[in-house]
Structure formats: C-alpha cells, structure tokens
Ligand binder design. Structure first.
Ligand code: CA
Length: 244
C-alpha cells in the first residue's frame, strides 16, 4: 500500500487530504510544520510527499532542498502562490509536480496516481488508474525521474551511469554521488558540508577539502574533456551546477 506524507500547516486541509487518501486506499502520515515534515521524510520511507510551500519553521522549498541532499522521494508541491518563479524553482529543486491551491481533490488524486506510476513502484493501483498509462518514462514535467541531463551529459541514476553524447564517462561511486547531488539541486549552491554529508555520509570525520578533490576529478573527467564549465565554484560557499 503506497504511503504518502502530507506536510501542510493548515490542519483542516491536511485532515481532509488524509481522509481522501485513506478512501483511495493509501496510507498517510501528517506533519504540520517544515521541520517535523523533514524529520519524518528523512526517518521513514514514503512513496510520495505532498509538500506545502508556505510553512512555519522551514518553508517547503527549504524542506525540499534539504531532503534532496539525501533522498529522492517524489514530491508534489502544494502552492498557494500562483507565481511562475515558485513553480520553476520548485521543479528545478527536484519536485515532480505542483498543484495550486485551492485545488479540486480529484485533480490532486489524479496527480498522485501519475506520480506513483512514474515512480515505477507498480503499486499505483489504488485508484482507478486515471491519468492513463502513456508508455513513456517521462514525468509530468517532461523529465525522466531517474535521469538528469546537462547539455550533452546524461546521468541515469537507476543504471548508475553517466555519458556525454552517448560516450560513457567512468566515475567512482563518490564522484557519481557528487555529480548526482549537484544535478538534483541545480541552481542551488551547496556547501562543502552538505556535499560531504551526501557523498561520504554523516559519520565521515575527515577534511571537508575532500569535496574539492572530487570536484577536481569531475572537472578533469567532464569539464576539461568536453570544454564546458559545468561545475562552478561559489567562493566561500561551495559548488553549484547551473541550468544552461
Ligand atoms: Ca501553508
């Protein structure tokens, strides 16, 4: 049974969504602020997260950004703002979809079915399957959830494979994780500390300049070979891969 986390500070709305989800045969959990939501999302495995943007404590974008440093759980943003910037920023930060409040519950349920289906869990049979199989692996925003591109670079997360215009690039596990983290957080400057956590784990006790070493390796294998400036240094802060 798919498990869905609802991070929403409007308790009535959260309760309403929870009831509707249980009608549809989903299990759910709720959090009413950003910090509690992030904690739950980190500690437990959910098939999908419904994430409000305007939240007390930690806003939804920040929750998403931090979550993406360690997990790729699909996220649908719930946004009261109808601003294009929010949506673009949300999708760039790794959300799969967004829905603008107020929304019809049927629309939310349809998007949930689609998101669960694209996740490839094979368990998205709770609803009546609206949204329909498309036979495509593209997510609603036109991206394959398991692969990311930058120019001619293609990172296939499920295959643990990186290539440039079809030519495979051989990376170590940590180089791969570093590249994946930066691509998932495109346009967000990541500190050495957060990259270190992601790449080496929380219990790593060595120097943070190991991050610089991996970045140098990646530049030698990608930027220098293909004549691009993909991995950018933000002095005094960390690293970022920007959208082109
Ligand atoms: Ca809110």
């Amino acid at each position: 049974m798919p498990r869905i986390l609802i991070i929403e500070d409007e308790e009535k709305l959260a309760r309403f969504i929870e009831l509707e989800l249980s009608h549809e045969g989903y299990e759910s959990a709720k959090a009413h602020d950003g910090r509690a939501g992030l904690e739950l999302a980190r500690q437990e495995d959910f098939d999908l997260i419904l994430l409000d943007i305007m939240l007390p404590g930690l806003n939804g974008m920040e929750v998403l950004r931090r979550l993406r440093q360690e997990k790729s759980t699909p996220v649908i943003l719930l946004t009261a703002r109808d601003s294009v910037m929010d949506k673009v920023a949300g999708l760039d930060a790794g959300a799969m979809d967004y829905i603008t409040k107020p929304f019809a519950i049927e629309e939310l349920l349809a998007r949930i079915r689609v998101s669960l289906k694209y996740r490839g869990s094979g368990t998205a049979t709770a609803g009546e399957g609206a949204g329909g199989p498309t036979g495509s692996t593209l997510s609603p925003n036109g991206k394959d959830p398991f692969s990311m591109t930058w120019g001619h670079l293609l990172l296939e997360a499920d295959k643990h494979r990186v290539s440039w215009a079809g030519q495979e690039i051989s990376l170590t596990n940590r180089e791969f994780l570093m590249l994946k983290t930066l691509l998932e957080n495109r346009d967000i400057v990541l500190s050495r500390d957060s990259l270190l956590e992601k790449v080496c784990g929380y219990d790593y006790l060595g120097e943070t300049n190991i991050v610089d070493v991996y970045v140098r390796h990646l530049r030698a294998k990608i930027d220098e070979v293909y004549g691009v400036k993909m991995l950018q240094t933000v002095r005094g802060v960390g690293y970022v891969i920007r959208s082109q």
